[in-house]
Design a protein around this ligand. Sequence first.
Ligand code: ZN
Length: 99
Amino acid sequence: MSAANPLRNQNLQIQNYMETCVADMLKPVLDGLNACQCDNCVMDILAISLNSLPPKYVVTKKGELYTKISNLQNQFDVDIIAAIAKASVIVSRNPRHDR
Ligand SMILES: [Zn+2]
C-alpha cells in the first residue's frame, strides 16, 4: 500500500484526542463560569484552549467513535479546566459581538 500521504489512508485516521476531551468539558465549565455560549464564543474558546494544551494524537479506524480513555481523562481534567477558563476570559473581553 502506498504511504504517499498517510492522512489519505482509507482505513485509518489520526485524531487529536485532546479535541474530544476539551469539547466534552466545554459546556460544564462554561456553565460554571456563566460565560456566553453562542457559537462564535464557544468555537473561539475551543480554539484558544486547544492552542494552549498539548495535542494527544491517536490512530483510530475511519468513522470509529471515540470511547473515553478514562485514566487519560482524569490526568488531563485540571489542565483542561484551567485552559478553558483562561480562554473564556480572553473571549469574554473581546467577543465577536456586542455584549
Ligand atoms: Zn457570544
